[in-house]
Design a protein around this ligand. Sequence first.
Ligand code: PMP
Length: 388
Amino acid sequence: MQYKLSKVVSQSAPSPIRVMFNAALNYDDVISLGIGEPDFHTPGPVCDAALKDAKAGHTHYTSSQGDPELREALVEYLNPRYGGGLDIGNMQVTVGGMGALVAIFKTICDPGDEIIVPEPYFPAYKAMIAFAGGSLAAVQTRFEDGFVFRPGEMEKAITPRTKAILLNSPNNPSGAVIPPEVLDEVARIAVERDLLIISDEVYDRVVFDGLEHDSIYNRPGMAERTLVIGSSSKTFAMTGWRLGWVFGPKELIEVMVKVATFYTSCPPSVSQRAALAAIRQPESTWQKMTDAFQHRRDMAYEALNAIDGISVNLPKGTFYIFPSLAGLTDDPLQFALDFLEQEQVVVIPGEGFGSSGKACIRMACTVSEAVLERALNKFTRFCQRRSG
Ligand code: PMP
């Protein structure tokens, strides 16, 4: 039959991650630096607590806004870092950070509305905004600025159709952290131009070198105009549980809960219990993971920096590194496919994250140190063959 598909969905570009994933299916024994998820399993005590709670009957629908016990725990967990003014009415539990993004875009977008997003960006934003009827207005960034946008350029992107500015710090794919003075500037712009801020902070706990995570939410006047997205995926190594959250002004959360109710009813009840247990684990459980990511970041940075034709910024957070191949090729997609064919390692070409990153590739340091070392050696060898 001739299927009559929705234009916006059928015309949306496949994720670059999916393209490489499909290409990798042709090879055995592939090392994947492609997938943005911790290689660590969810810690045993979290799984045990979820199983115990499932056996005790936490197997039903919860409130669409989320299990009140989890929302209470999230408030306690987040208040010290976000000014202390949150209560459970500000908090919505969602099906991953993705569920929060869907709820937000569905809540604020009418056809033709624009959401300003600095490049490089998580590719799902573009599709999700389009599915909600809006469009993504990209702000270019530069390698030499560490892929941090210039606030003046962001301000120029504002039009009468602008509904919100979306920030992602630490950033997927660049690992950049937006400096405090840039957050100050965005806060000023948001207040002056009466715009909403969507702050995707799912990598808040994966920051390096003793840096403290900083949020635009904590600037004066921002609590009433900022939605902050968090997730247990990266923070607690819980990607498969599909559990995230968003907090912000109650009036907005109330409308977003309507979207969640009609799309998903509620997040999985057992996953909510797992998140509750994760929040209660000792800090050291998570710090160990961040320390491992920092060590891998150092290994990757050092190896990439030593290759002729590659330039790279030092990531301040996340588990990604985003080297520029400008000195080696003007076709990173073909480069990534050739690298896969010759060395069986998956990396993701940068173009899918917006045009500012088109000379780059994203590598996810989500494999053990031994495997990462092998992959970096293969990468070095492959680059040396190409340049010489
Ligand atoms: N935001 C960013 C920047 C991400 O990289 C991801 C996952 N890769 C998400 C949101 C969503 O993650 P999840 O739905 O697993 O919480």
